[in-house]
Design a protein around this ligand. Structure first.
Ligand code: ASP
Length: 336
């Protein structure tokens, strides 16, 4: 196929290891543009009619919700301009978060695929080129349409809703705990398993506020936690909502449960499981600090959403004025 016959795919780059180099062969930092990335991959131009745009050049820990929503607007514009699909490259550290935030608002059938790399371009066995090929293949495939935001990594395709970085170094860092990948890229083509349910997409406020965005905190817990950190948030008013990454099925200490109750009296509080796999409980345990206790104190269970995704869902609900429907939203979006 010649370029005009190929599907048009827009590639937007946000930075991350996939775009990181070093002048002295030591520690890397972001330096490559989207055009550099696409030009460096042999054969990529035979898969799609590519356009490339550098949206940011950051380590992914320095991305934030506003940057991700700007990338969303750019992706929407690319589709409006005729792209059949969109690829975003970014750092892997927060990729599971950006992908989920994009997914909450991506209401177009065109695939939006996020990828990155665990090894920088100058490293032996750099995985960026293969991941970019997988992502472009995925974005260009007609059977990727209507699946929301996907993450293509290591020739696996994951739903943004469940994907997680589960290893700090390995090239196979991305997994979807419990539910597994939804597809694979095999011999240049996508292969999908069963179709999955997609909760309705949220609508961004129009116009988008530039200031006063929701402040949703993520609070961990630990052996002997007396709830002091959560109380600071409650007492200072520094958060509009809180997610607690609880033990096991979403549990906390009895003292922390008191703090959850105090917080839930003034803002939405969601409890999630810090385990990285499995849902919050609903009616299994009844002691102080259990899910039954936290629910009775006004907190909401995150269901199958891990803490970081629960935080983004709560943030998005507050952004879109749906803060009154937190329990209903988590009941719907926190399950497969
Ligand atoms: N620290 C890097 C980042 O998230 C890791 C990566 O891209 O893989 O930007």
């Amino acid at each position: 196929m010649s370029a005009p016959d190929l599907p048009r795919i827009a590639v937007g780059a946000l930075g991350g290891t996939i775009a990181m180099t070093s002048a002295d062969g030591r520690a890397v930092s972001p330096s490559l543009s989207a055009a550099d990335l696409t030009a460096a991959v042999p054969g990529l131009a035979t898969l799609a009619d590519l356009s490339a745009e550098t949206l940011a050049m950051l380590p992914s820990g320095s991305l934030d919700e506003s940057i991700v929503l700007s990338a969303l607007a750019w992706a929407r514009a690319a589709v409006a301009g005729g792209a059949a699909g969109v690829v975003l490259t970014q750092g892997t550290d927060t990729l599971e978060e950006s992908a989920y935030l994009l997914d909450l608002f991506w209401d177009l059938p065109e695939p939006l695929v996020v990828t990155g790399a665990m090894r920088s371009p100058q490293a032996p066995g750099a995985d960026g080129p293969a991941n970019l090929v997988a992502a472009v293949t995925c974005a260009a495939a007609p059977d990727s349409r209507g699946r929301g935001v996907l993450v293509a990594f290591d020739d696996q395709i994951h739903l943004a809703r469940w994907v997680a970085k589960t290893d700090s170094i390995s090239t196979g860092a991305f997994r979807s705990p419990v539910f597994g990948p939804v597809g694979r890229v095999v011999e240049g083509a996508t292969v999908y398993g069963a179709t999955v349910r997609h909760p309705a997409r949220l609508a961004l406020p129009d116009p988008m506020p530039v200031a006063g965005l929701p402040r949703v905190a993520l609070v961990g817990t630990h052996l002997g936690d007396g709830g002091a950190l959560l109380d600071v948030l409650t007492e200072t008013g520094r958060a509009d909502g809180v997610v607690v990454a609880g033990f096991g099925a979403g549990h906390v200490s009895a003292a922390m449960a008191e703090a959850v109750g105090r917080a839930a009296a003034v803002m939405p509080v969601v409890f999630a499981s810090r385990t990285g796999s499995g849902p919050t409980g609903r009616a299994m345990y009844g002691y102080p600090g259990s899910e039954v206790d936290l629910l009775a104190r006004g907190a909401v269970g995150a269901g199958w959403l891990p803490p970081v995704k629960a935080r983004l869902l709560l943030w998005s609900l507050l952004l879109t004025g749906l803060g009154g429907g937190v329990a209903e939203a988590f009941a719907d979006r926190g399950r497969p």
